[in-house]
Ligand binder design. Structure first.
Ligand SMILES: Cc1cc2nc3c(=O)[nH]c(=O)nc-3n(C[C@H](O)[C@H](O)[C@H](O)COP(=O)(O)O)c2cc1C
Length: 365
């Protein structure tokens, strides 16, 4: 039987050699100013056999920086740093989207270059303690509630960063609407208590900011270069969504016709996002099974593709530990375990030193 995961796929103007996407994963390998270190180019180039790579979350402006040593896409140095990454990935035959991640209420004056208070839809802090620079921890701060001007600025920051991503040579951007960051904060029950047109009391209020960002970025760089990631019902970092269905169905219905590159959905036991939302989404759908389950297996990916609920499957931790994951799946070769102690350190160890399959394994399998 042909492996569906290893069949090519047409994504807008890109031809992906397989249906395996490297999921976005924060690794804290940026310099303190947010410029990716040279090893970041090596890391992603090692994984260029993925059908598509989505980078770690990148702050669109220092206003959206959630944590120290996360990368940015705001300054000329950031663009130069990321250009080295995209050139290395393209030279290795790969394709790469930048994940734009505005932290919203995340962040702490001790974890941000701007050293200011973070801001979110409402003044609701994350549950603490939070990470601050140099490995420290601190009590969370209460974020500032975003004003109308702050919201317009956040939309513009995404647009500017998306243009910077194009200047850096990325094939597209993924807007991070998942896992508790700013776009998710507008969608969720406990983090959006606003009483204006962006709040839950107004029809379409919760989805207004997400749609404004998606539309503005798609207008700026092209819908075919703009993806969106959502994680309905994900309780990470204290998010509460009592009944995600109505909000996410409304959002999907409003963006389905925009011609976006893709929707990237995490699915888990709390809310069956794929089953509920796939019928409403007529574009490309990337599925990820979510962090509360064991790392996604080849079998789980094949089953999701065969069911028609997904067009592409994203793999996170398996791609960290197995830079040549598609080749391993093709040969049903064993997977290497991940070194979780070095996920968030700053050097090459646990980052660029995972070996590829050796010649002996290749011959055996
Ligand atoms: C180390 C690490 C960092 C992550 N950082 C991000 C991130 O920056 N953006 C994001 O959307 N998801 C992030 N995630 C979630 C992954 O994209 C993915 O959804 C999750 O790991 C589940 O997939 P898996 O079982 O294949 O690992 C991260 C996960 C891990 C393990």
């Amino acid at each position: 039987m042909t492996d569906l995961l290893l069949k090519s796929y047409r994504l807008g103007r890109l031809t992906l050699p397989n249906r395996m996407v490297m999921a976005p994963m924060t690794r804290f390998r940026a310099h303190e100013d947010g410029t990716p270190q040279p090893i970041v180019a090596e890391y992603y180039a090692q994984r260029a056999s993925a059908g598509l790579i989505v980078t770690e979350g990148i702050w669109p402006s220092a206003r959206g920086q959630a944590e120290w040593r996360m990368p940015g896409l705001e300054t000329p140095d950031h663009v130069r740093g990321w250009r080295a990454v995209t050139e290395a990935v393209h030279a290795a035959g790969g394709r790469v989207f930048a994940q734009l991640m505005h932290g919203g209420r995340h962040g702490h004056p001790l974890s941000r270059l701007a050293a200011d208070l973070p801001s979110g839809p409402s003044p609701v802090p994350v549950p603490g303690p939070v990470h601050v620079r140099d490995g420290g921890k601190a009590d969370p701060v209460t974020p500032r509630a975003m004003t109308g001007a702050d919201i317009r600025q956040a939309v513009q920051d995404h647009v500017t960063a998306a243009r910077n991503a194009m200047a850096a040579g990325f094939d597209g951007v993924e807007l991070h609407g998942a896992n508790s960051y700013l776009i998710h904060q507008f969608l969720a029950d406990n983090t959006n208590l606003r009483d204006d047109e962006y709040g839950p009391g107004t029809p379409g209020g919760r989805v207004r900011f997400p749609i404004e960002v998606v539309t503005a970025v798609a207008d700026a760089i092209g819908a075919h270069r703009t993806g969106l990631r959502l994680s309905p019902g994900n309780p990470q970092f204290g998010m509460v969504e009592c009944d995600p269905g109505p909000v996410y169905r409304d959002l999907i219905d409003r963006i389905d016709g925009l011609g976006l590159a893709y929707l990237h959905l995490t699915d888990d036991d709390r809310y069956p996002a794929l089953a509920d939302l796939r019928p409403r989404w007529h574009g490309t759908l990337i599925a990820n099974v979510g962090e509360n389950r064991p790392a996604t297996s080849k079998e789980a990916g094949e089953a999701a593709l065969a069911s028609g609920r997904a067009d592409l499957i994203s793999y996170g931790r398996a791609f960290i530990a197995n830079p040549d994951l598609p080749a391993r799946f093709a040969r049903n070769a064993p997977l290497q375990p991940i070194d979780t102690a070095r996920l968030y350190t700053h050097g090459a160890a646990g980052y660029t030193d995972y070996p590829r399959m050796d010649a002996e394994t290749l011959t055996l399998c």
